[in-house]
Write a protein that binds this ligand. Structure first.
Ligand SMILES: [Fe+2]
Length: 398
């Protein structure tokens, strides 16, 4: 096997005036390889780089949907179906309007904005970039909407029912409207804001999210499992998000179990709060905050490990949604601070790969109805569930 010429360069600088304090390992621009014609050695080098750096950007990649699928599948050769499945997408699901499938390749979706007459076998489709006003409980005043935006929804790409979360998501930018910038506001009383390119995709590191916790919070995280709702995107379809796009307001709007499509207990997902990257051994705090329903917290077994500030030392099964959301929000919010966000400034031809089991990401921004933007998105339901902390991790952090 000839060695790969893959080279890694730093991420592009942020917009003027934006302070950035990412983990130095987070994010790289990839050069030296032709993403449309990767060798076996290139693919191995890309896989190693992705787990080290979480987000990889290939400028001017312009890969076909077939090549994009092949690269995505290389991360998990036993995977095959789209991350959210393709059978009978539920019309009530909040994901329904945002996804159009390439007819010949059900694992690759066309996402974006504006009217598209013909593209990859799709004819006369209207793409719609999600706007926070359709999902948040409050919105930016109409008069400011052109210039001010929010994170739409921080998430992991995952069905979180039946199917396992994809290991990697790939995004190929095909058509990108000429950009302006917007001010992203958190509107949570913090006065946090961030200058972002129009239609950026925002990323934060799940590893940083864990690393920055206090010792007591780390102990809680290493002991906690998340129970997700069955059919979470139907369950949350009437509920509304907080202004940071980081979880839902608790207003009693979630659907009751008997209002959901039929489900099987065995397909409900219960995952550790921390996912261990098998390649690096790092722990990533990986929780889809909008889909969470219950927390299962183990007790701290050894008396000597308990301190005055230990959280839930006796363990707990928390089912009160407001409390579940409060706990998770307090663990996640510090890591979505403006200086810890990588807001990618999309250029036509960019291919972006992200470690979906190691980062959270969010759609951002608002386009005018006639601004045409076309992306190809691919991820595959993983062949195995994410792995939690091992015994050594638990012993270290409990
Ligand atoms: Fe996504």
């Amino acid at each position: 096997m000839t060695a790969s010429l893959l080279a890694l360069e730093p991420l592009p600088a942020p917009l003027p005036g934006v302070k950035r304090a990412l983990d130095p390992a987070f994010g790289r621009v990839v050069t030296g390889v032709d993403a449309a014609q990767l060798t076996e050695a290139d693919v191995e080098a890309i896989k190693a780089a992705l787990f080290q750096h979480s987000v990889l950007v290939f400028p001017n990649a312009n890969v076909t949907p077939e090549a994009q699928l092949a690269l995505t599948k290389a991360f998990d050769p036993a995977s095959d179906s789209y991350g959210h499945g393709n059978k009978g997408r539920q019309s009530k699901s909040i994901l329904h309007p945002d996804l159009k499938t390439i007819p010949r390749l059900p694992q690759v979706q066309v996402i974006g904005n504006g009217p598209v007459a013909s593209h990859e076998g799709l004819v006369d489709v209207q793409l719609k970039h999600p706007h926070h006003a359709t999902f948040h409980s409050t919105k930016v005043p109409d008069a400011e909407d052109k210039d001010v935006t929010r994170f739409y929804r921080w998430h992991i790409d995952a069905a979180l029912y039946d199917l396992a979360p994809p290991r990697v998501t790939t995004l190929q930018a095909v058509q990108v409207p000429k950009g302006r910038t917007q001010t992203l506001r958190y509107d949570d009383g913090s006065h946090d804001e961030l200058q972002v390119p129009l239609g950026t995709t925002a990323f934060v590191s799940g590893r940083t999210m864990f690393d920055r916790l206090s010792p007591a919070e780390k102990s809680l995280a290493v002991r906690t499992k998340i129970v997700y709702s069955p059919h979470p995107y139907v369950w949350m379809s009437s509920a509304r998000s907080n202004s940071v796009g980081l979880g839902l307001e608790s207003e009693g709007k979630e659907l009751a179990a008997d209002e959901l499509p039929a489900f099987e207990e065995s397909k409900i997902k219960t995952y550790p709060m921390l996912w261990k990257c098998e390649a690096t051994g790092a722990l990533h705090l990986q929780v889809h905050p909008s889909a969470i329903k219950e927390l299962l917290i183990d007790a701290i077994p050894a008396e000597e490990k308990r301190t005055a500030d230990s959280l839930y030392p006796e363990g707990a099964h928390i089912t009160d949604l407001k409390e579940v959301r409060r706990i998770v929000y307090e663990l996640q919010r510090p890591a979505v601070a403006p200086e810890l966000v990588y807001a990618h400034d999309w250029k036509e031809g960019d291919l972006c790969l992200f470690h979906n089991q190691g980062v959270l990401h969010s759609v951002v921004g608002a386009f005018k109805p006639d601004e045409v933007r076309i992306f190809h998105q691919c991820n595959l339901a993983a062949s195995t569930d994410p792995v939690g902390p091992d015994a050594a991790d638990v012993a270290k952090w409990i």
